[in-house]
Design a protein around this ligand. Structure first.
Ligand SMILES: [Zn+2]
Length: 376
């Protein structure tokens, strides 16, 4: 998931849910108009608008020309409108393909797009079921969930340069909080291998992806798709201060699919081996305040040297809480889901909220350590 950080503005949440707002602003020398639902308005006039294509626009005071409230109710684009708008921005050669919850734009083979659509739908159903069984009723997504599939990595890199910069080369798939889209390129490599493509049925793609080397790439794809679902069905609110250990922990909890199982999704909640191995190794050098630093800020996730340990610890903590304290964990998630965009908690507030849900860190650390050390 790509994080955006806003340094300049202190935003206050807006509560005009029904009507749309309109902003005229100047960016890159061009006057632009965006109509959408006002998510937040800053003291100095900065705006956060949710557009009908699900993109969030952050408009800075110096860019703003005019801001008006509209009596017309806010409405997401329908699939046809959304599809046309997406295709207009993509390179030539793209098509769209719809499933119950997804709108897939692809220039891969249709079989590959269908395979991705089926995988996402399976994940979506499994995700909703999982939380329902835990007593958490989530909402169906307000917008179609958009995934853009590139056949060619070079084109993918070109298209994502604005968002990913040089990082693109190492990221095979990502979910963007601002555009609400998932962007990825063909994981199988068969589209660009020069081998004949048209007959690659879903089964053939499954076989390719079931190879050992492909597992990590599929995990990344499922990880990003989990973020997208979580931010669209009300588990987290986009641009709210949902701690990263929580959103990443959940994405990693789901990233262990067993694709060979024909029925459903048997991988949810399996021990995530690569994350557990990393955590076991981290345990030898893990500082005494590790749980505190993980919970109080997102800093460790943004530090290149510390981020893999932070991810591993976030997986371990999520796994532990879901196994040992599921009721408390779900109650905690409900509190986080209410958070408003761009209202940031202090480290103290985060810790207080956590300890209110799970008790003091000291005793929890002892229990957590004992639980994880016994995991095989
Ligand atoms: Zn993530």
């Amino acid at each position: 998931m790509k994080q955006m950080v806003f340094f300049l503005l202190i935003f206050f949440p807006a509560f005009s849910l029904a009507a749309a707002d309109q902003a005229v602003f100047r960016r890159d020398g061009r006057e632009q108009v965006v109509t959408g639902r006002l998510l937040a308005e800053a003291q100095d006039g900065g705006l956060l608008l949710l557009a009908p294509d699900a993109r969030i626009w952050a408009i800075m005071p110096k860019e703003k020309i005019e801001h008006t409230h509209d009596a017309i109710p806010f409405q997401p684009l329908n699939r046809e409108e959304l599809s046309q708008r997406l295709l207009a921005k993509l390179p030539p050669g793209f098509n769209t393909f719809s499933t119950a919850h997804y709108l897939i734009c692809y220039d891969t083979s249709r079989a590959y797009a269908q395979w991705c659509g089926a995988l996402f739908e399976r994940l979506h159903a499994a995700f909703m079921n999982f939380w329902r069984r835990k007593g958490l009723e989530l909402q169906p997504p307000e917008f179609p969930l958009v995934a853009v599939l590139f056949a060619d990595q070079k084109e993918y890199l070109q298209f994502t340069r604005d968002e990913l910069g040089d990082l693109g080369g190492s990221i095979v798939a990502f979910y963007s909080l601002m555009s609400n889209r998932m962007t990825l390129f063909d994981l199988t490599g068969i589209e660009t291998s020069g081998r004949p493509v048209p007959r690659n049925t879903a089964q053939q793609i499954n076989q390719i992806l079931a190879q050992p080397g492909a597992q990590q790439t599929v995990a990344t794809l499922v990880h990003e798709a989990t973020h997208q679902i979580a931010f669209n069905c009300g588990l987290h609110a986009r641009l709210s201060d949902c701690p990263l250990w929580v959103s990443e922990g959940i994405a990693m909890y789901f990233e262990t699919p067993d694709l060979r199982s024909a029925k459903g999704w048997s991988g949810i909640g399996a021990v995530n081996r690569p994350r557990l191995n990393r955590f076991a190794e981290y345990l030898h050098r893990r500082p005494a305040d590790s749980l505190a630093t993980l919970i109080e800020t997102d800093r460790r996730f943004h530090n290149l040297e510390q981020s893999l340990d932070a991810y591993a610890e976030a997986w371990a903590l999520t796994y532990f809480l879901l196994r040992r304290h599921p009721k408390e964990y779900v109650e905690y998630l409900k509190i986080l889901s209410e958070k408003k965009p761009l209202i940031m908690d202090t480290p103290k507030e985060r810790r207080k909220e956590f300890e209110k849900a799970f008790g003091k860190l000291g005793p929890l650390e002892t229990e957590f350590h004992r639980f994880i050390s016994k995991l095989r």
